[in-house]
Every structure is written in C-alpha cells, then in structure tokens.
Design a protein around this ligand. Structure first.
Ligand code: 5RP
Length: 228
C-alpha cells in the first residue's frame, strides 16, 4: 500500500452509515474515493456522495457510489480532499486544478473537512512553494491583476496545459497565479481576496480544515486546529 492509499484508508474510517460525503479532486482524493467505494460495497453502507469536479463525479460513478448533484444539497456530513500546502495554523492552499469553486463550497457546507496530505505539503506559510490561484471573471482579469499588484503581488494568467492558450476553469473563469510578499499572513490574504470585486474564488482555505491527516512512510498522524 502506498502513502496515498494509507492516508485514504485512515480517512475512510471516519465514514459512518447514513452520511452524505463530499469528494475532493486530485490523486489523494482519488485514493479516498476508491477506499470509500470498497467500504460501500463490502459493508453495504447507506451513504451518498457529492463530487467537487467532473473527474471525481466520473470516478465515483464508475465505482458505483450513489451521487447527489450539488444543487440538491444544503449541507454535508464530511468533506475529504487533498491540498497543495498546509501551514502551521492549518490554512490550506488548493486549486492546482480548475475546480476551486465547488471545492470551497463543499468544504464550507460540510460539518467536518478532513484534509489528506503527505509531509511534503507542510509549509511555513501559504504561498511558500506555489503561487496562489485567484479565479477571476474573464472580463475582470486586468482590473484584478492591477489591484493585486498594488498590494505587492506578482504573477499573471495561468496558461493551459499545452501552453498555447489560457487555462479556463470548469466555470469558464480565468486563473491568475499570484505570488504575494512573504510578510502577508494567510488570514490577511484571505480577507483581501474574499473582498475583491471580480474574484470568483481563490485558493486559500482559511479556518476551514477540521483535521489534517499527514502520512509519512505508512504512518498517519492527525493535526487539529488550535482552540480559540
Ligand atoms: C485540486 C486540489 C488538490 O486537492 C491538490 O492539488 C492536491 O492534489 P494531490 O492529492 O494530487 O497532490 O486542490 O484543486
């Protein structure tokens, strides 16, 4: 069993009969979907799932999990997803893919958000390794970019995979990949981006993680947010 399967197996123990579960996107989320499908088949759990992307929807469908469309739900019991970075205050950076909007909606709507990562995702501050994705309405990208540059950020539009055009999200938005000055804490960045006109969503998940399961060479430990 590899580390992703190992942390997925640990996460699936949090699933109880009757739950509505949100499925994240990415290779670690995929390992969780597989572990969940196995429990569903073996134990006959009466669960339902809602997916954060087309890819996860297809995966869940192929494995026979009972899907609920997002527009039919108001809350979830559990949301399970990976992350690109996790800082010591358990803020997350997500959104290397193109499904930020659904990922954050599911994270917010769930009673508990379980994040699955390996040690390499733990960082000193959000934005340490990756630029912060800022999903923008196509007609707003230049205004938003200028505004972000006024706050000291540097970056630009994300190219598509073949580098011959622009990346377009599943909602038809563009993505600005931005690096911010190191002294800006993630809480301040989160507030800045939340309040900016033309921004559809961004990759900082602040105060949303319920627990972070960290895997290293087959061992899983749990990080929980500090109390108030
Ligand atoms: C997609 C995400 C992913 O959860 C994140 O990129 C981690 O992916 P992986 O588990 O493949 O490392 O945020 O938007």
């Amino acid at each position: 069993m590899n580390d992703k399967q190992c942390v997925a197996e640990e996460a699936v123990r949090h699933v109880q009969d009757g739950m509505l579960i949100g499925l994240g996107t990415g290779s670690t989320a995929n390992a969780f979907i597989e572990a969940l499908a196995r429990r569903y088949a073996e134990e006959g759990l009466r669960i339902r799932v809602a997916a954060s992307s087309v890819v996860s929807t297809i995966k869940a469908q192929e494995l026979g999990l009972p899907l609920v469309a997002m527009e039919h739900l108001t809350s979830l019991d559990l949301y399970v997803d990976g992350a690109d970075e996790v800082s010591p205050d358990l803020a997350l950076l997500k959104g290397r893919g193109s499904d930020l909007v659904r990922e954050k909606l599911l994270a917010r709507a769930s009673d508990r958000f379980l994040v699955l990562v390996d040690e390499s995702k733990l960082v000193g501050r959000i934005g340490e390794r990756y630029p912060i994705p800022v999903e923008v309405m196509p007609f707003a990208w230049q205004v938003v970019l200028r505004e972000l540059e006024r706050h000291g950020a540097q970056g630009g539009l994300r190219p598509n995979a073949s580098k011959d055009g622009l990346a377009v999200t599943s909602h038809g938005s563009l993505v600005l990949d931005m690096r911010f000055p190191v002294e800006m804490p993630s809480a301040a960045l989160n507030a800045l981006l939340d309040a900016m006109s033309g921004v559809v969503e961004h990759g900082i998940f602040h105060g949303l993680a319920g627990s972070v399961l960290v895997v290293s060479e087959g061992h899983v430990r749990t990080l929980s947010p500090a109390g108030p």
